[in-house]
Design a protein around this ligand. Structure first.
Ligand SMILES: Cc1cc2nc3c(=O)[nH]c(=O)nc-3n(C[C@H](O)[C@H](O)[C@H](O)COP(=O)(O)O)c2cc1C
Length: 164
C-alpha cells in the first residue's frame, strides 16, 4: 500500500531524462488495469519531442507546468471498443495505475484532465495527429521529481456508512 499513501501530484521536475526501461515498467503497470469486459481500450504516446510537448501543455491553462517535464505520456483510447460506455472509467483506473507505478519507480507526474471536454479532446488529438478512431483521455507530464511533499490525509470516518 506504500505508493497509495505516498503518491502526490508532482509538477516540478529535475532536468534529467527518464530511462526507457522505467517508462516501459510504468506502462506495464498501466496496462494491468482492469477494464469493462476486459476491453483494454488504451494506447500510450510517450512524447519527448519538444514542439509536441510544448503544444500539449497549451491545451488547457492547467498543464503549463508540464513544459519542463522530460516526458509527457498521453493516454488515448480507442473509440470502437466493446463497451464504449465504460471507456472513461477504464481509462481513469489505468491512469491511477500509471501514477502509482511512477511513485514506486521514484518518478512523479500529474494527471491533467482532458476528457470529457470535447474541445480539449479534439485539440490534444490533433496535436498528435491521431486517427479518427483514437482520442486523447488525459495528459500526464512526468519525470524525476524536483519537489516532495507529504500526502494529504483524506480519511473521513463520516463518509463511511455501515449498512448492517
Ligand atoms: C481527473 C483529474 C484531472 C486533473 N487535472 C489537473 C490539471 O489539469 N492540472 C493539474 O495541475 N492537476 C490536475 N489534477 C491533479 C489534482 O489537482 C490533484 O490530484 C488533487 O489536487 C489532489 O492532489 P494530489 O494528487 O497531490 O493528492 C487532476 C486530477 C484528476 C484526478
Amino acid at each position: 500500500m506504500s505508493s497509495l499513501f505516498h503518491r502526490t501530484s508532482v509538477r516540478k521536475f529535475q532536468d534529467r531524462p527518464v530511462e526507457r526501461e522505467k517508462i516501459e515498467r510504468v506502462l506495464r503497470a498501466a496496462m494491468q488495469a482492469p477494464s469493462a469486459v476486459n476491453q483494454q481500450p488504451w494506447e500510450f504516446f510517450v512524447v519527448t519531442n519538444p514542439e509536441k510537448k510544448e503544444a500539449l501543455t497549451e491545451v488547457t491553462p492547467y498543464i503549463r507546468f508540464g513544459k519542463k517535464a522530460p516526458v509527457i505520456i498521453v493516454l488515448a483510447y480507442r473509440v470502437h471498443s466493446t463497451a464504449p460506455l465504460f471507456t472513461d472509467i477504464d481509462m481513469a483506473i489505468c491512469t491511477e495505475n500509471l501514477w502509482l507505478a511512477c511513485d514506486e519507480e521514484g518518478l512523479g507526474g500529474t494527471m491533467c484532465g482532458i476528457a470529457p471536454v470535447e474541445a480539449q479532446i479534439e485539440r490534444a488529438s490533433k496535436i498528435l495527429e491521431l486517427p479518427d478512431d483514437l482520442r486523447v483521455f488525459t495528459i500526464f507530464p512526468m519525470g524525476y521529481p524536483a519537489e516532495e511533499r507529504a500526502q494529504q490525509d483524506r480519511f473521513d470516518e463520516s463518509r463511511i456508512h455501515y449498512v448492517d
